[in-house]
Ligand binder design. Structure first.
Ligand SMILES: [Zn+2]
Length: 83
C-alpha cells in the first residue's frame, strides 16, 4: 500500500482509491496513525473514543467491519468498487 505521511498530526492519509467506511459516530474518514514498534492503528481523526483498530498491520477491513452501524453517507458510496 502506498501511503503518504500527512503534515498534520503525523497521521497517514488513506489513499482515496481505498474504500473505507466513515466513522459510525461522527462520519469522519479514518486515518492511519503510527503506533509503537512500527505498528499502525486505523482510527477516527476526531476522537480517540471513537472506534479504532488494535495496533498491528493496517487493517481497514477491521475498521470497515466495525463501522457499519447507522451512519449513511451518500458521498463516496459509489466509489467502493475501485479495488
Ligand atoms: Zn469519529
Amino acid at each position: 500500500m502506498n501511503v503518504q505521511i500527512s503534515e498534520m498530526r503525523g497521521y497517514v492519509n488513506i489513499p482515496k482509491t481505498i474504500y473505507c467506511k466513515f466513522c459510525k459516530i461522527c462520519g469522519a474518514r479514518p486515518v492511519i496513525e503510527p503506533a509503537a514498534d512500527g505498528l499502525y492503528v486505523v482510527k477516527c481523526p476526531n476522537d480517540n473514543g471513537h472506534y479504532q483498530t488494535r495496533s498491528g498491520l493496517i487493517d481497514i477491513e477491521d475498521w470497515n467491519r466495525n463501522n457499519t452501524v447507522n451512519f449513511v453517507s451518500d458521498h463516496d458510496l459509489n466509489r467502493q468498487v475501485s479495488f
